[in-house]
Design a protein around this ligand. Structure first.
Ligand code: ATP
Ligand code: MG
Length: 396
C-alpha cells in the first residue's frame, strides 16, 4: 500500500487544448514548492491525474508537505490517499476497513462511499461497489451511519489499473499555476501592500518580476534586505522573482531641488513608473503591478493615480484598488509577509515627503514642474538604469 497525495485542480482542467500546458506548469510548481521540504518526492502525471508520491522509505513530515502544497496556485484541493494493486474486492474491502478503523476509530460518523470505476474490466460497477463496501463497513464499524446527502466522511474509491482511496480533502489556494499567464513587473516596496498585490496577480498564473527603489544613504541596507526578504516570501507562491534594485537617490535629490515640494511624491512616482517600464520591456512583461488602493494616502487619490498613470504605456494592475487596509492586512498575515512588512525601516518615499502633499494634483502643474528637470534628469535616469542591481530571489 503506497501513500500518495492526489492533486485536484479545477479551473485549469477546462482549458481544452491547453490543458497539458497547464498541467505541466502545475507539476513544475509542485516540484518547486517541494524543494525546501525534507524528503524525496515524485510528482507524477498519470491518466489526467497529478499526484505526489513520497519515495519509498523516505522520511518526511506530513505537515510540512501539506503546508508546501497549500502554497501552489492551481491546486483546488488535495487528498492524502492510498494506492493498492487490484487483488480482488475482498482484499480491497479488508484494506479499506483497516484504514477506516485507524482513521476514525470507534467514533460516530455519518459516511458515504463514492466509487468510480475507470477500469471497465473490473467485475463490479460503481453502484455495486458503493453498496457492498458500505454494507461491510457498517458491519465492521457499528458507530457509522450512512448519510448519502451530507456525509461527514466521504470515502472515495477510484478503480483504475490500480485502486486508490481517500476520505480527506485539504483545500489549496485555487488560482492558476505560475507561468501560465505571461509575466508582469511588480513595484515592490517594503510596505504591507505591494507584496500582497504581487501575490494576488501571481495567483492568476502571472510570473512576477520586481523592482525596488532605494535611496542610500537615506535608506539603509536593512531596508533593502527587508524587500529582498519580502520578495522571497512572495516567491514561495509565484516561483523565482527577478528583483531589480534601483538606486534612486540622485534622481530624488534632483526632483527635491527643482520641483515644488508638495508635488514630490507624484513626480517621484512618475519616474518610478518610467524606470519600471524600462525593465518591464527588458523582461518581456505585459504589465506593471502596484499596491495602490483608492484614497489610502495622498498619492493614491483618483487625481494622483491619474497623474501617475499618465506616464505608463503598459497596463497597470492594481489588485488592491478597492480593498480597505484591514482587508489587505488580513491577506498579508495569511501569506506571511505581514511580520516583515511592519519592520520599522525607512522608505525612500517617506524621507523626501512633504508635510502637505497635493492631494489633487493637476496634470498641467505636474508637467510644468517636470519641465524643470529637462536637461538634468536624462543622464541620472540612464545612470540609475545602468547601476541597477539585479538578483534572482527564490524560496528554494
Ligand atoms: P506599500 O505598502 O506597498 O509600500 P503604501 O501604502 O506604502 O504601499 P505608497 O508608498 O503610496 O503606498 O506606494 C504605492 C505603491 O507604489 C506601492 O504599493 C508600490 O507598488 C509602489 N512603491 C512605493 N514605493 C516604492 C519603492 N520604494 N520601490 C518600489 N515600489 C514602490
Ligand atoms: Mg510604501
Amino acid at each position: 500500500m503506497k501513500k500518495i497525495y492526489l492533486i485536484k485542480y479545477g479551473e485549469i482542467a477546462i482549458k481544452g487544448k491547453n490543458r497539458h500546458l497547464f498541467e505541466d506548469a502545475l507539476v513544475r510548481q509542485i516540484v518547486y514548492a517541494l524543494k525546501p521540504v525534507d524528503g524525496d518526492f515524485y510528482v507524477r502525471k498519470v491518466q489526467g491525474r497529478i499526484y505526489v508520491e513520497p519515495d519509498e522509505g523516505t522520511d518526511y513530515y506530513e505537515e510540512e508537505l501539506i503546508e508546501a502544497l497549500k502554497n501552489v496556485f492551481g491546486i483546488v484541493a488535495f487528498c492524502p490517499a492510498y494506492i493498492v494493486p487490484d487483488e480482488g474486492f475482498e482484499k480491497l474491502t479488508d484494506t479499506i476497513i483497516s484504514y477506516m478503523k485507524e482513521k476514525y476509530g470507534t467514533g460516530e460518523h455519518t459516511f458515504k462511499v463514492n466509487a468510480r470505476r475507470a477500469n471497465k474490466k473490473y467485475p463490479m460497477d460503481s453502484m455495486e461497489i458503493n453498496a457492498s463496501l458500505g454494507e461491510k463497513l457498517l458491519d465492521a464499524m457499528p458507530n457509522l451511519k450512512v448519510d448519502v446527502h451530507d456525509p461527514e466522511v466521504l470515502l472515495s474509491v477510484e478503480v483504475r489499473e490500480e485502486i486508490n482511496f481517500y476520505s480527506e480533502e485539504i483545500p489549496g489556494p485555487g488560482g492558476m499555476p505560475s507561468g501560465t499567464s505571461g509575466r508582469a513587473m511588480l513595484l515592490l516596496s517594503g510596505g504591507i501592500d505591494s507584496p500582497v498585490a504581487g501575490y494576488m496577480i501571481g495567483k492568476r498564473g502571472v510570473t512576477i518580476d520586481a523592482v525596488y527603489f532605494h535611496a542610500p544613504p537615506y535608506t539603509s541596507e536593512r531596508a533593502k534586505q527587508k524587500v529582498v526578504d519580502l520578495a522571497r516570501i512572495v516567491s514561495k507562491f509565484t516561483g523565482p522573482i527577478k528583483l531589480h534594485i534601483v538606486n534612486f537617490t540622485d534622481m530624488q535629490l534632483n526632483i527635491y531641488e527643482k520641483c515644488p515640494h508638495d508635488e514630490l511624491t507624484i513626480i517621484m512616482r512618475r519616474y518610478m513608473m518610467r524606470i519600471a517600464e524600462h525593465f518591464a520591456e527588458e523582461c518581456g512583461d505585459l504589465g506593471l503591478i502596484t499596491g495602490e488602493s483608492i484614497g489610502q494616502v495622498a498619492s493614491q487619490t483618483m487625481q494622483s493615480l491619474m497623474a501617475t498613470n499618465e506616464v505608463c504605456t503598459l497596463p497597470v494592475y492594481r489588485p488592491l484598488i478597492g480593498m480597505d487596509k484591514q482587508e489587505i492586512v488580513t491577506v498579508s498575515e495569511k501569506i506571511g509577509t505581514y511580520e516583515t512588512s511592519i519592520l520599522p525601516f525607512e522608505d525612500c518615499c517617506t524621507i523626501f515627503v512633504a508635510k502637505h502633499p497635493v492631494t489633487k494634483p493637476r496634470l498641467k502643474n505636474i508637467h510644468f514642474s517636470e519641465e524643470k528637470l529637462t536637461g538634468s534628469m536624462e543622464e541620472l535616469f540612464d545612470k540609475a538604469i545602468e547601476t541597477t542591481e539585479i538578483i534572482t530571489v527564490s524560496a528554494e
